[in-house]
Design a protein around this ligand. Structure first.
Ligand code: PLP
Length: 430
């Protein structure tokens, strides 16, 4: 068969290919649903582009101060349209997701205020932003305190603890949608809405921010549709569609976003400065592609879980579970298996496919880390990538794939490498 021969040329044996095809047979219905979500979200993006009369002049490069940058301003109106918010700040001067989150937090918290996370510990890089880990220029250094309500053992919200943690100084509540690299569940938009409503019932005027990283376009609604004052994310994840070479976004109420703009540039300047440096075509076109790119990544995550779970490798989320972000954790159980898995992902890449990933002692981590990435944009995690710390339970975190077909190849090749290394004990021939 022609396709099987192509996979063989790419390094996938007929045996692994056949197993993959059997797994896929069972996923047709779910893939159909994902396509429907993408179709709805494609419409949402298109409608916002049409309502804002997107035209070729918006692609023009600006330099210097960037005053009257219509391309930048219209991109922000389009993001606000898609997220159903009053305002948006979207630009290459926001260097990454952590930067966007740091801007949103430091702009909306003043000395004496308290920040609350009602969903347990935040993403690693935010620990230094907040000052949970001692850090120069942290919010803590500026007199902003931090409180945290942990999740219940099953992963649910601990409403009693949240109520007890909210006090007179609680100014902003931060909710992380994706589990990131933790083991808790990712929250659905509906769950986030429930949590927001609860927090508002305790303190009506509290500001609520959602770290939306990895969650954009996975559902038809976003956290801003269920009451968040601010939603924040990275353009080298879902909403950049793989084309944005840099950037972050903050969408929300005008009052909150204005403050973010003043913090990002300078008081008095705000959104008026910030040249687009010729990046508008990539940011617009990436946003246009984002719903279908996210759908491809989502299919890859579901395929990986359904391929590996029956072979005895525990997966989070589980093979049958609903998805609210694009991250898939696969517990491989040994250092050798992690290396083999990552070799497969790397070998499938369009860029750097000939490189062999090796575990290394990455600064800031207490164990060795292995990473596979062969991306057009450095560090982009909407592109096919896998990584994880080399320590029990030896789990890799797998995400992305600009096309479903590429994600499929990467996952099949990972299983091929595991099989070749004799690390798969289950029989998957029938
Ligand atoms: C990736 C991520 C971030 C940080 O984004 P960077 O672009 O890597 O700085 C923050 N929160 C979550 C949940 C993430 O997944």
């Amino acid at each position: 068969m022609e396709l099987e021969a192509m996979y063989q040329k790419l390094g996938v044996s007929p045996r692994v290919y056949a197993y993959g095809q059997r797994v896929l047979e069972r996923l047709r219905g779910r893939f159909e649903e994902i396509d429907q979500t993408a179709e709805y979200n494609q419409g949402k993006v298109l409608a916002a582009m049409q309502e804002n009369r997107l035209a070729a002049n918006h692609f023009a490069a600006t330099t210097g101060y960037g005053y009257d940058d219509e391309g930048r301003d219209n991109l922000e109106r389009i993001y606000a349209g898609v997220f159903h918010t009053e305002a948006a700040l979207v630009r290459p001067q926001i260097t990454c997701g952590t930067h966007a989150l740091a801007v949103a937090l430091s702009a909306n918290l003043l000395p004496g205020d308290e920040l609350l996370s009602p969903v347990g510990a935040p993403y690693d890089t935010l620990e230094e932003v907040i000052g949970i880990r001692e850090s120069t220029c942290s919010l803590k250094e500026y007199g902003v305190t931090y409180a945290q309500a942990d999740l219940l053992p099953g992963g649910g919200f601990n409403f009693d603890a949240i109520r007890a943690a909210i006090n007179g100084r609680t100014k902003l509540i931060t909710i992380q949608r994706s589990k990131g690299y933790a083991t808790r569940p990712t929250f659905s938009v509906a769950q986030i809405g429930e949590l927001i409503a609860f927090c508002r019932s305790v303190k009506p005027d509290v500001k609520i921010m959602v770290d939306n990283c990895y969650g954009e376009f996975v559902e038809t609604a976003e956290p801003s549709d269920v009451g968040a004052d601010l939603v924040v994310g990275s353009l080298i994840k879902n909403p950049g569609g793989g084309l944005a070479p840099i950037g972050g976004y903050i969408c929300g109420t005008k009052a909150c976003v204005d403050r973010c703009a003043y913090r990002l540039s300078a008081p008095g300047l705000g959104q008026e400065v910030g040249a687009n440096l010729g990046l508008m075509p990539a940011l617009y076109q990436g946003f246009f592609l984002a719903p279908t790119v996210t759908a491809g990544a989502l299919k890859g995550a579901i395929f990986a879980a359904n391929l590996y779970e029956p072979l005895g490798f525990p997966c989070v989320p589980g093979a049958a579970e609903d998805r609210h972000d694009i991250i898939q954790a696969v517990t491989l159980g040994s250092r050798e298996a992690m290396v083999a898995f990552c070799k497969g992902i790397q070998a499938a890449a369009p860029v750097d496919s000939y490189v062999t990933p090796e575990p290394w002692a990455m600064p800031g981590y207490d164990s060795e880390v292995i990473m596979a990435a062969g991306a057009f944009v450095q560090g982009s995690s909407i592109e096919l990538s896998a990584d994880g710390p080399i320590r029990p339970p030896y789990a890799v975190y797998f995400q992305g794939g600009l096309t479903w077909q590429h994600a499929k190849l990467g996952i099949l090749l990972s299983l091929q490498k595991l099989t070749d290394a004799g690390l798969v004990s289950a029989d998957y021939d029938s």
